[in-house]
Design a binder for this molecule. Structure first.
Ligand code: UD1
Length: 439
C-alpha cells in the first residue's frame, strides 16, 4: 500500500474556490460492469472509466481468472473474457476489496461452483454476507465452509453441457436492501435456469445503467429502479461491439457540491447527473446554499450569507433515493459550519460515525449518542490537524475539513482517497485549493 499524504493549507472559512471541476465515471458502476464480463462470450469496451485504485485491484483479480483488461486510452478499457477459467478469486485482494463478492454470482452461474473468503473492504461496520449465502441456497446451491472459505456448488442439472450444474431461478426476498447483493443476483439470474424474481432490491442509478447495458447485450431483465426485478435466464451474453459508458459518479459530484457550499466563490461541477442527487441539492438549498441545477452540471456560488444565516439540517441516511451514506461524512463537515444543532442518523452502517472523534480534534462540536446517532452544533472554527483517513469517503471528508480549516492539515492514508477518487489533488488545485501530495 502506498503511504502518500496530503498537505493542505486551509482557507479558514473563506469562500475562494472558483472554476470548473469535471466529474468522472462512477466507481460503484464500473466495478460491477467489469465483473459482468464473466457472463459474456465476447469482449466489450468501457468508456469514461475512472482511473482509481479499486480499478487496479479488480484488474489484478481478472488476470488470475484469465480475463484480459486492455487499456486503449485514458478512461477506455477493453475487457475480454474469452480465456476465462473457473479458478479461485485471489484471496488477498478479495479480503481487501468488498466488491470482490460480486464475482460469486456470475462465477457460480457460469461454472457451477465458486470458492471465496469473507470479503474485506473499508472498515465501515460488520458488512455481513448473509444475503448472498441465503440467496445462493434459494437458487439450489450447496454452501460449505472449509478452511475459512466458502465453497458454493450449484446442484441443478445444466442443460447446456450435461457436466456442470446450473443455478435455478427462484423468488428471493432481501431482508435489507443491498446494492451489491442486488447486482450479484441479477448476474446469477442471467445464466440461471428459468425466472428469478428479486424483491426489496436496491434502486441506485448505477444498477439501472448496469441493467440497461446487460439488456443491450441479450439479457432479459425488467424492473431495475423499482423494488422488484425479474430476470429470465438464458445463454452467455454477446456485446457484438456495444460499449458501456460509465455513468457520472454521484458521490463524487455530491462531495464537490458540499465542498463548494463551504469554500466556493463560484464553482461549476460539470459532466454530472444532478437528477441522481436530488436529496442533497434539496437539503443544501434548505440550509441556504445558492445552487443552479443544469441538465448535466451544477453551479454553486457564494451565497454572501454569514454562518449565522445558514441553517442547520437533520440527516438520515437511507437507500436511494434517500440521503446516501457515502455522503454522510462530507455532510457532517458542512454541518460543523452552520448555525444551530443538526442531528445525524446513520441507518446503513454502524461504524460510520467513528471518524467524528477526529473532527472533534479540529474543534468540531459533535456529540455521539450511540454508534448510529450524533448531534453537530455549529458554527465552529476548524483548526488544521494531522488526520488518518480510515476509508474512501471519510478520507475525502477530511480533505474537505482540511480546506475549510484554518492552518495546515496533513491527511495520511491517501491510498483510501485514491481508491475512489481520481487525481483529486490536481483537480482541486485547478479550482484554487492549496493541496500537495507527499510520497
Ligand atoms: C455499496 C457501495 C457503497 C455504499 C453502500 C450503501 C459499491 C461497490 N459499494 O456497498 O459505496 O456505501 O452500497 O449505499 O457499490 N447487508 C446485510 N447482509 C448482506 C449484505 C449487506 O445485512 O449480505 C447490509 C449491510 O450491512 C448494510 C446494508 O445491507 O447495512 C447495505 O449494504 P450494501 O448495499 O450491501 O453495501 P455494499 O453493496 O457493500
Amino acid at each position: 500500500m502506498k503511504k502518500d499524504k496530503f498537505i493542505i493549507q486551509g482557507l479558514g472559512g473563506q469562500k475562494k474556490l472558483s472554476g470548473e471541476i469535471e466529474i468522472n465515471g462512477a466507481k460503484n458502476a464500473i466495478l460491477k460492469v467489469m465483473v459482468s464480463s464473466v457472463l459474456f462470450e465476447d469482449s466489450f469496451l468501457m468508456t469514461n472509466v475512472p482511473e482509481i485504485e479499486d480499478l487496479n485491484r479488480m484488474i489484478e483479480i481478472f488476470s488470475g481468472l484469465g480475463i484480459k483488461v486492455i487499456k486503449k486510452s485514458k478512461g477506455e478499457y477493453l475487457i475480454d473474457s474469452q480465456g476465462i477459467n473457473g479458478k479461485e478469486i485471489d484471496e488477498e485482494i478479495s479480503k481487501r476489496l468488498r466488491a470482490s463478492i460480486l464475482f460469486t454470482g456470475p462465477m457460480l452461474a457460469r461454472f457451477g461452483k465458486v470458492t471465496f473468503p469473507h470479503p474485506g473492504g473499508c472498515v465501515i461496520g460488520a458488512r455481513p454476507i448473509d444475503l448472498f449465502i441465503d440467496g445462493f441456497k434459494k437458487m439450489g446451491a450447496k454452501v460449505e465452509v472449509k478452511d475459512e472459505k466458502y465453497l458454493v456448488t450449484a446442484e441443478g442439472p445444466n442443460p447446456m453441457d450435461g457436466q456442470m450444474k446450473k443455478l435455478k431461478g427462484t423468488n428471493i426476498f432481501f431482508k435489507v436492501q443491498s446494492v451489491t447483493a442486488t447486482e450479484t443476483f441479477i448476474m446469477a439470474g442471467v445464466l440461471a435456469e428459468g425466472k428469478t424474481v428479486l424483491k426489496n432490491v436496491a434502486m441506485e442509478p448505477e444498477i439501472i445503467s448496469f441493467v440497461d447495458f446487460l439488456n443491450s447485450c441479450g439479457a432479459q431483465i425488467t424492473g431495475a429502479g423499482t423494488p422488484t426485478i425479474e430476470i429470465i435466464g438464458g445463454n452467455l451474453l454477446k456485446a457484438e461491439g456495444k460499449n458501456y459508458k460509465t455513468v457520472p459518479d454521484r458521490i463524487e459530484t455530491g462531495s464537490f457540491l458540499i465542498l463548494g457550499a463551504l469554500c466556493a466563490k463560484d464553482l461549476k461541477i460539470s459532466h454530472c447527473q444532478p437528477k441522481h442527487l436530488e436529496i442533497l441539492i434539496e437539503m443544501l438549498r434548505d440550509s441556504g446554499a445558492d445552487i443552479e441545477v443544469g441538465e448535466d452540471y451544477l453551479r454553486i456560488r457564494d451565497n454572501n450569507k454569514n454562518n449565522a444565516e445558514i441553517k442547520s439540517i437533520n440527516i438520515k441516511t437511507h437507500e436511494y433515493p434517500g440521503f446516501p451514506t457515502d455522503l454522510q461524512a462530507p455532510m457532517v463537515v458542512y454541518l460543523t459550519q452552520v448555525t444551530g444543532e443538526s442531528f445525524i442518523f446513520e441507518t446503513i452502517f454502524e461504524g460510520r460515525l467513528n471518524y467524528t472523534d477526529d473532527l472533534k480534534t479540529m474543534g468540531a462540536n459533535i456529540k455521539m449518542w450511540d454508534a448510529h446517532r450524533a448531534t453537530v452544533t455549529g458554527p465552529t472554527l476548524l483548526k488544521g490537524r494531522e488526520l488518518d483517513g480510515p476509508d474512501i469517503r471519510t478520507g475525502f471528508a477530511f480533505v474537505i475539513a482540511g480546506l475549510v480549516a484554518k492552518g495546515e492539515s496533513i491527511i495520511n492514508n491517501v491510498y483510501y482517497v485514491d481508491r475512489g477518487y481520481e487525481n483529486v489533488e490536481e483537480r482541486l488545485r485547478k479550482i484554487g485549493a492549496d493541496i500537495k501530495r507527499i510520497n
